[in-house]
Design a protein around this ligand. Structure first.
Ligand SMILES: Cc1ncc(COP(=O)(O)O)c(C=O)c1O
Length: 383
């Protein structure tokens, strides 16, 4: 099987992730920080270490400003619903995933917020001048996906962050497709809120994610409860990470995520990025040479990450990916990829596209095989 669906979740994970989770669950998985006994204290220290490693990865000065969540959707919901108040205006883009669009649309529908959506131009880039122009007196938040999960185009977050900071607006980055692949520095990139999944390019298991909450942000939690300390108080603590982490955490998942992040720090993000770029470049050059294939996104691989989307003449994306799976054992994802406005912009709605998303563990040889499969399907289906 050739797995080319890493944009959905990475697979496989580094071996150390499986090994450590197995060991932790069998031997160490007491409730972290809830009880005074040794096992509980040790479990808590594993979580503290995971937080510190993530802080190192994103240049976060205070590790407690990173909170653990269920996935990137959870992080985005906590950030969006926790930050916005009645009458706020939000700027976002047509590139966003439903995990940004749906919470914003829901808030707009009840009349709580207003919103401006910016369309990408050319190969899929946002025009900075349009963001600047969209800022109003009541603009509270700019939400931008770092890289599109459909076409992989990377947005200039540092420049957008600078615009937000100068205007006194909060900046939320959806790093679902970039955390672990591209270097992200919350200080230099002027990021106030960074939402990331643990289970994609950070190599943690499904059910893990995180949110960095910067000093300029005060989020209202949607969940209050036990935190393992100050039990005499009936009021939820205001200190991070506890403010946003009520209840027993997914300690087994977080321990796996910790191993994934350590793997990245040991490999080096540049090495990971270089390999992924080589895969994307090969994929783009192979696919663009096949007659009948229409490729989307940026040709400059320095400005894109892994997801590569294409359509083929005469075959629906869903049918095409079914053939890839059944006849060639290639796992791809077809359809709208939870990003309906992106497909509307590309002119690929409602069928969407076929998406190959190679990851660090894919090889150039697998990319060649995938391109060969595309050629063979086209040759058989369209004689
Ligand atoms: C750009 C983007 N944002 C958010 C998400 C949601 O991530 P999760 O599946 O971790 O909830 C995804 C998932 O694919 C994504 O690609």
């Amino acid at each position: 099987m050739i797995y080319l669906d890493n944009a959905a979740t990475s697979f496989p994970k580094p071996k150390r992730v499986y090994d450590r989770m197995d060991q932790f669950l069998r031997e160490e998985a007491a409730n972290p920080g809830r009880s005074g006994h040794r096992l509980s204290v040790q479990a808590e220290s594993q979580i503290v270490q995971a937080r510190s490693l993530l802080a190192k990865l994103f240049n976060v000065k205070q590790a407690e400003r990173i909170i653990f969540t269920l996935n990137c959707t959870d992080s985005l919901n906590i950030a969006i619903k926790g930050a916005l108040k009645e009458g706020d205006h939000v700027i976002t883009t047509y590139m966003e995933h439903n995990s940004v669009l749906r919470p914003l649309n829901a808030l707009e529908a009840i009349g709580k917020i207003s919103m401006t959506k910016i369309k990408p131009h050319g190969e899929g880039f946002i025009d900075l001048a349009e963001i600047k122009k969209a800022i109003k007196k009541n603009t509270k938040l700019i939400v931008v996906t770092h890289a599109s999960n459909v076409i992989g185009v990377v947005q200039p977050i540092r420049e957008i962050g600078k615009i937000a900071r100068e205007a006194g607006v909060l900046f939320l980055v959806d790093a679902a497709q970039t955390a672990g692949v591209i270097s992200i520095d919350v200080e230099k990139d002027f990021i106030d809120l960074l939402a990331f999944p643990g289970h994609k390019a950070l190599y943690g298991p499904p059910g893990t994610g995180g949110l960095y909450v910067g000093e300029r942000t005060k989020l209202v939690p949607w969940r209050e409860g036990g935190t393992g300390f100050n039990s005499e108080s009936q009021i939820h603590p205001e200190t991070l990470p506890f403010l946003l982490e009520g209840g027993t955490p997914n300690s087994v998942g977080i321990v796996g995520l910790r191993e994934g992040v350590e793997f990245i720090l040991e490999e080096g993000i540049e090495k990971i990025q270089t390999h992924e770029r080589a895969l994307v470049q090969k994929l783009r050059s192979e696919l663009s040479s096949i007659p009948g294939v229409k490729l989307y996104g940026a040709n400059d691989v320095k400005r894109s990450v892994s997801p590569v989307s294409f359509t083929v003449e005469g075959i629906e994306p869903q049918e095409f990916s079914l053939i890839l799976d059944e006849s060639f054992h290639i796992a791809a994802r077809a359809g709208l990829h939870c990003a309906p406005l992106m497909h509307e912009t590309l002119g690929t709605a409602p069928q969407g596209s076929i998406r190959f998303s190679p990851g660090y563990f894919n090889t150039l040889n697998e990319i060649e095989k995938a391109a060969q499969a595309v050629k063979e399907i086209l040759a058989t289906a369209i004689p």
